[in-house]
Every structure is written in structure tokens, then in C-alpha cells.
Design a protein around this ligand. Structure first.
Ligand code: FMN
Length: 208
């Protein structure tokens, strides 16, 4: 399916049919998330993929509208870092050095810029910045899934405490920004029949 066909085909599913998605498709969707862009390349997030049905059932009380959760194949929690410290940046630079065969000296200007930027941000600003990066991954996952004919529903409507307890999130250093349920749309999910509602292009785009 091409990009625009996939975007028109997809919708936020309210009820899945309960079937499991093939692992090869899941792998390529997750790879799209891994390859997602992030500011400064810092990737201040990771994914938790919940595929065990018992664990998924335990998550149901965390959602205000859980029909997607009780019927999905997999649930991906996008976990964003709330603590982006010097150690994290140092590890990032070690990784670049290993992957690209460059020296720390060659990267020193970039590294100083990042450290300076982090120093001038409040904790709240950093958390918000980190969460924004997770949402870019969310978009990549949704798009990749649609191109594989896999349905999704992004969800923010959850009680963080329950979700973070069940998924054993390290609350001192990270939080769940958003989750994505995946599966196949149920035949009786009425939302698939609704027309997509989007701003018309002339209200959305201005050419200067
Ligand atoms: C970040 C984000 C959070 C969302 N949270 C929920 C949610 O908690 N529950 C839900 O049913 N839909 C949720 N949605 C789906 C939106 O309501 C939906 O994308 C929007 O209405 C457009 O419809 P469509 O995705 O079907 O085209 C969320 C979407 C995004 C992008």
C-alpha cells in the first residue's frame, strides 16, 4: 500500500478482532520505530511491547475506555526518559564513536552543545521535550503498521499509576508517554464506517 492509501485506510480502532499479528510484521513495525528521528539523535525513550495476554488483561483497569485493550494483539508502551543526565549523554557519545569509528575530540563541539542545552533547561522542559520525541516514534509506528495492513489505536486516556505499576516502570527516571494498541479491526467496529474528519488542505497549509 502506498503512503497516502495507507493513511486513508487506517483509523483509530475501537475494537480489534482478537487475532494475533504475525511476528515478522511486528518486527518491521518496531524497526520503523527504532529508525525514527529524534532531536539531537538522543532517543530519550524505549518501547515496551506487551504480547502476553495475561499482562494485557492486567492493564485493562488502567484505561478509561478499554475496548481496544481487551481485544488487541499487542500493546506498545512508549516510555520516555524523565532524567536525561550527563551519564546518558556520555553513553550516547560512546555509541556514536563505536558505530562511526570517530573520536570524542571530533565530536566535542556537538557534545558541548548538547550538555549546554541540557543545563539551560528545567526538569519540566526536559521531560516535555523527551515526551515529544516519543510522539515522533508513535507516528512512525502507526504509519509502518498501516503499510503492513495492521490496525492501531494510539491512547493517552489511561491512569498512569496503574499502567506504570503493572509494567514496572522506573518512576524516578521514566514515564509512559503514550501507548499504541495493535491488531486487526473487528468487523463490528462501527468506527471503520465513519468518514475521516480532517481540516481541508487550504486551512491546514499556507504557502508563503
Ligand atoms: C496522541 C494520541 C492520543 C490518543 N488517545 C486516544 C485514546 O486515549 N482513546 C482513543 O480511543 N483514541 C485516542 N486517540 C485517537 C484519536 O482520537 C484519533 O486519532 C483522531 O480522532 C483521528 O481519528 P482517526 O485516527 O480515526 O483518523 C489518540 C490519538 C493520538 C494521536
Amino acid at each position: 500500500m502506498n503512503y497516502l492509501d495507507a493513511l486513508n485506510w487506517r483509523y483509530s480502532v475501537k475494537k480489534f478482532d482478537g487475532n494475533k499479528i504475525p511476528s515478522a510484521k511486528l518486527t518491521s513495525i518496531l524497526e520503523a520505530g527504532r529508525l525514527s528521528v529524534s532531536s539531537l539523535g538522543l532517543q530519550p525513550y524505549h518501547l515496551l511491547v506487551v504480547e502476553n495476554d495475561e499482562t494485557i488483561q492486567k492493564l485493562i483497569p488502567a484505561f478509561y475506555n478499554p475496548s481496544q485493550i481487551s481485544t488487541c494483539s499487542h500493546l506498545i508502551a512508549l516510555v520516555s526518559k524523565t532524567n536525561i543526565n550527563k551519564e546518558y549523554v556520555d553513553n550516547y557519545f560512546s555509541h556514536i564513536i563505536n558505530e562511526r569509528g570517530v573520536t570524542l575530540e571530533q565530536l566535542s563541539a556537538f557534545r558541548n552543545n548538547i550538555n549546554m542545552l541540557l543545563e539551560t533547561q528545567t526538569q519540566k522542559e526536559l521531560e516535555s521535550w523527551s515526551e515529544k520525541q516519543s510522539y515522533i516514534v508513535l507516528g512512525s509506528l502507526i504509519m509502518a503498521a498501516a503499510q503492513e495492513n495492521i490496525d492501531t489505536c494510539p491512547m493517552e486516556g489511561f491512569k498512569s499509576e496503574i499502567l506504570e505499576d503493572v509494567l514496572k516502570i522506573d518512576k524516578e527516571n521514566e514515564k509512559i508517554a503514550v501507548v499504541l494498541a495493535l491488531g486487526y479491526r473487528a468487523e463490528d467496529d462501527n468506527f471503520q464506517n465513519f468518514k475521516k474528519v480532517r481540516k481541508p488542505a487550504d486551512k491546514f497549509i499556507k504557502f508563503l
